[in-house]
Design a protein around this ligand. Structure first.
Ligand SMILES: C[S@@+](CC[C@H](N)C(=O)[O-])C[C@H]1O[C@@H](n2cnc3c(N)ncnc32)[C@H](O)[C@@H]1O
Length: 388
């Protein structure tokens, strides 16, 4: 939850004196070990401003991994809700040259990416403190306090990122978001709109006519984004965007070919990125890289090479799965550390790893799945994780 900032706090923190005080507080360690002494020192220098100063410095340190730039004003909740810079930048690039209105702009994480791409960027939110922070964070954006459900601009592309209700529980029902997603879509019917949402949202229940994009960053699926038909690519209804902090960026869409050969397992097995799996684009991914599926209903793919920047499992042995047979094969290969990947069979990987009790020296992986009706284990040597 964190400290509750006021408009006066934002004004004070935005002043030259506030900036100097923040720089001074940032020289302190502020760790568990030094916290009491540090706070005492800050209180002696800055009195009632202590909480706002210390919270801002701590939040800025936390924000480093997520938000580009140094001098953000932010709240704990707003930081958690903020779109990571890398993801916001990719979205902004799709809107290059357009006039864009972010109708739930919060502290401006998306605005910051948009101003680099778009000639006119407008931000609005209901929360006056977040708006004041956004004004300071992204001076090039035009800001106003407005309800996202009441359109306030014309001839703009609408960007929205409805919040989950307080309490932090994951919301999978579109009508439980704030503002409710169905109301938002009705308010902007017929307009170009992009709506960020949780990846677990039930998109099929929405009956969305445009594109659904799933986005992952460093292997974790971060978000989905609904793009209205006017903003989606020709014939695209599903897109997977795979991003890595090291600069990796790939996109797959359902407008690409998805014809695959039917062949037995190749030299490698690959577990596609979660964004590709959730977007239903495993076949498109495999087709692009000359791979094929182990089984048409299972998301593992296989082939004789591993796509660049991707982790693969080199197949050493294939066997009909039983715990006993698998234990024997693993012991014969001097297995020690063991990674178990499971799809399509009812096995708990952690429990199985404990039961298999391997004490050898070689790091191996097991891909446990169904090929046709047969539960099958592929014993593999995993490649090291690549840095994307
Ligand atoms: C998930 S946050 C947006 C985060 C933002 N995209 C970013 O990257 O920083 C949702 C925002 O919607 C605002 N909000 C909720 N209901 C609203 C409404 N009816 N109209 C305008 N803003 C609203 C909240 O105050 C909150 O700042």
């Amino acid at each position: 939850m964190g400290y509750t900032f006021t408009l006066d706090d934002v004004r004070a923190l935005s002043s030259p004196e506030g900036a100097a005080a923040l720089a001074e507080v940032d020289t302190l360690e502020l760790s568990t070990r030094t916290h009491l002494a540090d706070i005492g020192g800050v209180r002696a220098r800055f009195g009632a401003a202590t909480a706002a100063l210390v919270e801002t410095v701590l939040l800025r340190r936390k924000a480093v991994a997520k938000l580009r730039g140094a001098g953000w004003l932010l709240t704990d909740d707003a930081l958690q809700q903020a779109t990571p810079t890398l993801v916001a930048a990719v979205r902004a690039r799709r809107l290059t040259g357009r006039r864009v209105h972010d109708v739930t702009c919060s502290i401006g994480a998306e605005l910051d990416a948009l101003v680099a791409e778009c000639p006119v960027v407008i931000g609005s939110d209901l929360d006056p403190v977040r708006l004041a922070m956004a004004q300071r964070n992204v001076p090039a954006a035009h800001l106003l306090r407005a309800d996202a459900l009441m359109p306030t601009t014309r001839d703009t592309v609408i960007l929205a990122d409805p919040a989950r209700r307080a309490g932090g529980r994951r919301q999978h029902r579109p009508e439980d978001l704030m503002p409710p997603l169905p109301d938002l879509l009705t308010a902007y019917a017929g307009r170009d709109i992009a709506v960020k949402s949780a990846p677990g949202l039930d998109f099929d229940a929405l009956g969305w006519a445009g594109e659904v994009e799933l986005v992952s960053l460093d292997g974790g699926v971060r978000e989905a984004c609904l793009w209205s038909p006017g903003l989606s690519g020709d014939g695209v209804t599903r897109r997977a965007t795979v991003l890595g902090s090291g600069g990796f960026a790939e996109e797959y869409t359902d407008a690409e070919p998805d014809e695959l050969p039917e062949k037995p397992v190749g030299q490698w097995i690959i577990d596609p990125d979660g964004a590709i799996v959730r977007a239903g684009l495993v076949r498109h991914y495999a087709a692009r890289h000359g791979l094929w599926q182990l089984d048409p209903r299972i998301a593992y793919v296989t082939g004789d090479q591993v796509p660049a920047g991707t982790r693969g499992h080199r197949v050493l042995e294939e066997l009909k799965y039983s715990e006993k047979a698998l234990r024997q094969v693993l012991s014969g290969l001097d297995c020690g550390a063991l990674e178990i990947l499971v799809r399509g069979v009812d096995v708990d990987p952690d429990m199985l790893r404990r039961k298999l009790k391997q004490r050898g020296s070689r790091s191996l992986s097991v891909v446990l799945t169904r090929v046709g009706r047969t539960p099958t284990a592929f014993v593999c040597e995993p490649t090291l994780g690549f840095s994307k």
